[in-house]
Design a protein around this ligand. Sequence first.
Ligand code: FAD
Length: 189
Amino acid sequence: MSANKAIKLAVIGRGMIGSAAARHLSKMGHDVALIGPDEPADFSRHNGVFGSHYDEGRITRRFDPEPFWVQMNCAAISRYDEISAESGVQFYREVGVLHVGRSENQNVTSVGKITAEAGILCEVYNDTGLAERFPFLRSTAGMQGYFEPRNAGYISPRRLVRAQTIAAKRAGARIIDEPALGFRKAALV
Ligand SMILES: Cc1cc2nc3c(=O)[nH]c(=O)nc-3n(C[C@H](O)[C@H](O)[C@H](O)COP(=O)(O)OP(=O)(O)OC[C@H]3O[C@@H](n4cnc5c(N)ncnc54)[C@H](O)[C@@H]3O)c2cc1C
């Protein structure tokens, strides 16, 4: 996009979604301000806005019962390396994801069918197989498991937000480390 087509944009909220939006918009050549405070230093004394990413674990995997979300999951996971490279921040561990439950539960058995149809690599385990492969599971009697070994695991949402913010800044976004208090119409200058 040429510079004269750049739009001035404010993204309010520097969480999982806002930081990603700012990175994409900046890379498209827009003039972006990403507005939102950092994680509070002391939760117990904090009276301001909160986010839902102040921790170290979000499950990430390609499987989902809805085809739309399989597509979204695949697209998101395929960008993790790019975001890490652009920011220098590691946030993803590909340790795999295990879907497990009673073998007669259709939500469990449907994982095998859906992953096969979507071409998602998935290891299938019955109860004894589960006990051998995952010895830390307390009880596997009557259980069935599906393990996604690749493109699955967990991310640190806190580190992902940091990575997206750094990448957005490197792509030209301005980071405003404050909460937005309101909107006001103003003449464009
Ligand atoms: C306990 C828990 C477990 C979860 N587990 C998973 C999981 O395993 N896998 C998964 O995919 N999803 C999981 N989720 C969901 C995922 O974390 C959320 O969908 C995601 O964080 C939403 O992103 P967001 O950017 O919309 O919101 P947030 O990440 O909450 O970001 C909102 C941001 O807006 C800022 N803000 C608020 N008000 C203002 C203001 N006035 N001005 C400026 N900034 C403001 C906040 O400070 C915050 O930074 C989980 C959520 C929770 C709470």
